[in-house]
Design a binder for this molecule. Structure first.
Ligand SMILES: C[S@@+](CC[C@H](N)C(=O)[O-])C[C@H]1O[C@@H](n2cnc3c(N)ncnc32)[C@H](O)[C@@H]1O
Length: 269
């Protein structure tokens, strides 16, 4: 286990060497993840752990992947997707072009889920889905659109609970334990690396999804990310957060109106 002081040294070195600033991540869970990696890779002293991270950029990449939580699934919280289907997409349908940003997209399951909703609403052709994450390895997986076949039973159930009516297997080709999603879906997606701690707004969006990411940030960093989303949202655009996240008690609250039932806010001015 590393000490709190060593954790501070590590955070500082990561910033100095790689420009990644983890000082705004919630300390307790961040430390747990670093400790886990330290033990998993069999380190016995902090100095050798630190040297490995600083001297070996591949190991640094592995570290980023391990200390950020990448858990995700298709149609996660099906009711959220039902509300997207029934209340948000009909509004977006009136626009000539639809821009969506998935911030913290992990391995892409959320992006493919939204692309399926758009396709079923006949909106995919006029939509672009920008999907970003801090971690290059998860973006590589997302780009391929290939997920474990064993997950499809649960994803199919989630899809149906979200109001999906098709046979879910219609969307992928099964091969050697893998499910490859169609290129009609991925052709409307743009994947790129983007760090919510330090990078800027890069477009204007009608809908931003940042689900289950802010939960790992402290209050100050959450405010920074929310300002970034505010700068990146068109007037009357929507912001969707995870079930345990909120803009309540932040400076954004007065400029947004929450939809009933779900963690979705609309920018009012
Ligand atoms: C738990 S996953 C959420 C995936 C998906 N949005 C969902 O709800 O299923 C959190 C993702 O946030 C990413 N992340 C963590 N810190 C980030 C940052 N500073 N900038 C961008 N993405 C970040 C992680 O790499 C991880 O893929």
């Amino acid at each position: 286990m590393i000490t709190d002081q060593e954790l501070d040294i590590l955070i500082n070195e990561l910033y100095e060497s790689y420009g990644y600033d983890f000082s705004g991540y919630s300390k307790a869970s961040f430390k747990r993840r670093v400790d886990r990696l330290y033990q998993l890779d069999g380190f016995t002293n902090f100095q050798s752990f630190l040297s490995k991270i600083i001297d070996d950029s591949d190991y640094f990449s592995r570290m980023v992947e391990e200390i950020t939580v990448n858990i995700t699934e298709m149609f996660r919280d099906p009711h959220f997707y039902r509300i997207l289907r029934t209340e948000i997409l009909p509004v977006l349908a009136t626009k000539p072009f639809i821009r969506i940003w998935h911030a913290g997209c992990s391995t892409g399951e959320e992006v493919y889920s939204v692309a399926i909703l758009l396709k079923e609403a006949n909106l995919l052709e006029k939509a672009l889905l920008y999907a970003t994450d801090i971690s290059p390895p998860v973006l590589e997986v997302a780009r391929k659109g290939v997920f474990p076949l064993r997950m499809m039973k649960q994803y199919s159930e989630n899809y149906m609970a979200s109001g999906g009516k098709k046979d879910f297997s219609h969307y992928y080709t099964a091969n050697y334990g893998l499910a490859k999603f169609g290129e009609d879906l991925s052709s409307r997606m743009v994947f790129s690396q983007h760090n919510l701690v330090s990078d800027r707004s890069f477009n204007e969006f009608d809908l931003i999804l940042c689900r289950n990411v802010l939960i790992y940030f402290d209050k100050e960093l959450q405010e920074r990310a929310l300002h970034l989303f505010d700068d990146s949202l068109a007037k009357l655009g929507y912001l969707a957060l995870g079930t345990k996240e909120t803009i309540k008690f932040t400076s954004m609250q007065k400029r947004y109106k929450q939809l009933e039932k779900e963690k979705i806010w609309r920018k009012t001015h």
